[in-house]
Write a protein that binds this ligand. Structure first.
Ligand SMILES: [Zn+2]
Length: 318
């Protein structure tokens, strides 16, 4: 790859050069991690596109459940999408990828978690020379009361293959305390602790969840911008927010890119990174997210380069 100055690449809108600069993606869900066109190519037919604007997570989940899940709800589908997502990241210049694998993927393997472990370890090894893939264990809030799945998640931590943990799905589905034992165990295993919170509202809920689960980083967390006090607290405690701008706009959490609160968070000293969330739905790579933020006038090219460099440093020093 050509090595061109990232700032110049942004200001001249040279997407290849933007891609050539090292970046990280630390907010990526494996089962929605590749471009829709790659899934279509694999299936051999076209797939209904997601709406350009969705009414929150509810409408997105409706699309996932009715359109996408039936097409890839198998070991083959899961493995294709995860692998293709890693390839997409490599092509985009992502050098550090923290990709979450949902605990429910174990059901695709006759031998359960052992199958997941073999597959995930194989991915890390296969792509080692091209990308630093750090597998993350994903747990859906909607299943916090599912005793069997919770037990499986505890066993997944013991595998030693997952380096971080994430909690997602509807914020109101469970209080953070419901997964506290799981997070305590993950911490003891040396894993990084993350959770989705503050995607749609509630600055205090961001702080409360970070405190309750002793989080290192927050997925989204953009609601923190509503409170100077919460932003100061996040800044002082160096709690990084892993933001996905297009996701926020398409799900209606943010009006448009130009008014995205990542600007307010940045100005208040909160560490932020720029990520994809679900490339299959939102259609924007990390490089494209940087370009979009520049073109929408949210950040200068210099500020975006600072954010990019800080994300690579943060990834490398963990
Ligand atoms: Zn997410």
């Amino acid at each position: 790859m050509r090595h061109t100055n990232f700032i110049e690449a942004l200001s001249t809108d040279d997407l290849d050069a933007i891609r050539a600069a090292p970046k990280t993606d630390v907010h990526s869900h494996a089962f929605l991690s590749t471009r829709l066109k790659n899934l279509e190519h694999w299936l051999g037919h076209s797939v209904t596109k997601p709406p350009r604007k969705m009414n929150g997570l509810e409408e997105m989940m409706e699309y996932v459940i009715t359109v996408l899940a039936p097409l890839q709800k198998s070991r083959e589908g899961f493995e294709f999408v995860s692998t293709s997502g890693i390839n997409d990241a490599i092509q985009d210049g992502v050098v550090g990828l923290e990709m979450s694998f949902d605990i429910m993927m174990a059901r695709f393997y006759p031998n359960g978690l052992a199958g997941v472990k073999a597959f995930v370890e194989g991915l890390v090894e296969k792509y080692r020379s091209q990308i630093n893939l750090r597998p993350e264990l994903g747990f859906p809030r909607t299943h916090a009361g599912d005793v069997k799945l919770m037990k499986l998640a505890h066993e997944a931590i013991e595998l030693g293959v997952f380096q971080s943990i994430d909690l997602y799905s509807y914020e109101e589905a469970c209080a953070p305390e419901a997964v506290k034992p799981l997070y305590t165990k993950a911490r003891a295993a040396g894993m990084k602790l993350k959770a989705h919170v503050g995607e749609f509202g509630g600055a205090e809920e961001v702080r409360r969840t970070v405190e309750a689960l002793d989080l290192d980083e927050v997925q989204h967390g953009i609601a923190a911008a509503e409170s100077i006090g919460v932003m100061q607290w996040l800044s002082q405690n160096r709690i990084q927010l892993n933001v996905c701008p297009t996701s926020n706009v398409m799900l209606g959490g943010v009006e448009d890119l130009a008014s995205h609160p990542i600007r307010i968070l940045f100005d208040n000293g909160v560490p932020v990174t720029i990520n994809t969330d679900d490339l299959m739905i939102f259609g924007q790579s990390v490089s494209e997210e940087y370009r979009n933020l520049y073109q929408a006038g949210v950040f200068s090219a210099q500020e975006l380069d600072d954010i990019r460099r800080a994300s690579v440093t943060s990834f490398a020093t963990e």
